[in-house]
Design a protein around this ligand. Sequence first.
Ligand code: WT7
Length: 658
Amino acid sequence: MSETLANLLNETREFPPPDGLAADANVKADAYREADADRLGFWAEQARRLDWARDWDQVLDWSNPPFAKWFVGGQLNVAYNCVDRHVAAGLGDRVAIHWEGEPGDSRTITYADLLKLTSQAANALTDLGVVAGDRVAIYLPMIPEAAVAMLACARIGATHSVVFGGFSADALSSRIADASAKVVITADGGYRRGKPTDLKSTVDEAVSRTDSVEHVLVVRRTGGEVAWTDKDHWWHETVETAATEHTAQPFDAEHPLFILYTSGTTAKPKGILHTTGGYLTQTSYTTWATFDLKPETDVYWCTADIGWVTGHSYIVYGPLSNGATQVMYEGTPDTPHKGRFWDIVDKYRVSILYTAPTLIRTMMKWGEDIPAKYDLSSLRVLGSVGEPINPEAWMWYRQFVGRGNCPVVDTWWQTETGATMICPLPGVTAAKPGSAMSPLPGISADVVDDQGEPVPNGGGGFLVLREPWPSMLRTIWGDDQRFIDTYWSRFGAGAGGSGDWVYFAGDGAKKDNDGHLWLLGRVDDVMLVSGHNISTTEVESALVSHPSVAEAAVVGATDPTTGQAIVAFTIPRGSVDTSADGGEALIAELRDHVAKTLGPIAKPRQIMLVPELPKTRSGKIMRRLLRDVAENRSLGDVTTLQDSSVMDLISSGMRSGK
Ligand code: WT7
């Protein structure tokens, strides 16, 4: 970016917390003041939420930046904190997980059950020769054993590396090899879109290409045929027959807890390393604070997959360390029907729902009459994560899911940050649709220009984080230099500048006139049109604010006159009929609508009406592929696409207007 971002969208709606929720909230406004006055003291206080076997000597050691050590000298066991201590406190009968399989089967797992299962899995892994510091790869569907496997690793100090169950043998083998995993935990398969999928053959292929794996533990989920090798052990014959007693040993606060790979667009995936004490402190605190979680009464549901960081922090470690009761669902939102999510909310009386903008926009496309058929009155807090949420999707979520009386918390964070960093507090903040609002207590975020200078209110630029935070990544597994280069070399001390070390998040952001933060997508996605930096997110939000549009993705395509030109791919809402003129009138109307909403500079050169958008398996739009289409190039690498047929659909179903 050669200049700061144009600040186009002007959203003035504001929604204060409902009175009852505000009065009763876990976190009140004084938390910000407290943390401002003594940031390290604030985090030390949050760390007291956990049970420590040995107290720390120092809250933060930042003497060797950017390598942080939190709670130096402290010792604790993560699984003990997520399971044992709740049972010891007499809460063994509380439901930890209401698990719902896609075909309609279900399981209820109490904290006492979880203790037994986790202890057995820890004993079984120990019997297979796994010791503290070893790496274990986990490649499972969304079944309770996924959480059990992670907790069992944490219990014995093994570092887990969860690989999303939709990834290929290629992706799995490169992750196994990078971490030299000794054991792989998998299943015969899982259910997705009404059909059993096969995981075991992918593992066989991946394992055959690597040389570190000694054992493979296989959960029987689908009962499908599997090939068997001499490394394989059935979970039900190994784990479920193991001793049910296991004493968890404490580990150092900086002991590696897990590696999670983020897939860069081109380069080798980065193994993001998270450790023990700081990670659990911040995931535990943020679960309680940002969702106003009341473990005695709430039923919490995060719809993410355990293969993403959201599943790690907000299905496993955050909720369980709080002793929460949660729902875990195996499958897709439209199996066997488009009301499945709402059916689950209704069935378990879910009170806190945490999902992604891509899902909310999909639900919008399906229509509000679907959630209207279910009793959603149990809901009280709604969360969003993964991408910027467009103001109209936020409003839809609030109105048709939250019936107008649930705070919507838009949570900004990354695999690298480990836990939520920027978001409203449900009992404190008057939230604006589409804004992540403010850094949480104890977090310091800012928006800077390309010289690293803070932008004034009303300005835009790069999102940075100024102070180390407890759940920050500690490095990239095996590659300290890449860690420094990727995150710490753009601004501040790491860039040779004076002053402090500054973390570069890679996201564009703006500050509105009140100083609230708006995330504008990855900086690689910002467009430069006739010398103006314009965010793809803002143009997409303008399009989605038109009543005929369900979803939109915007890219900058090379243009001889303007440098880059705005090209939009738009999915019309189900109710819109474009058959009369091939969509010409709608396209003209949408171009004018964007010009009216954001100004003439943001008017798309071209709008294509398409039936689908290309998304990664975690639901992010793959703008790179759309740029290929917009610039008439042959498509680049499509292997991370969620559904490889969408690009054909887009090319064949595309109607374009200039
Ligand atoms: C990137 C991180 C955070 C867990 C899931 C994704 C984008 C995430 C938001 C949000 C705007 C968001 C950013 C970020 N992002 N949440 N609330 N508003 N953008 O983790 O795969 O590591 O992706 O997702 O671009 O950098 P991830």
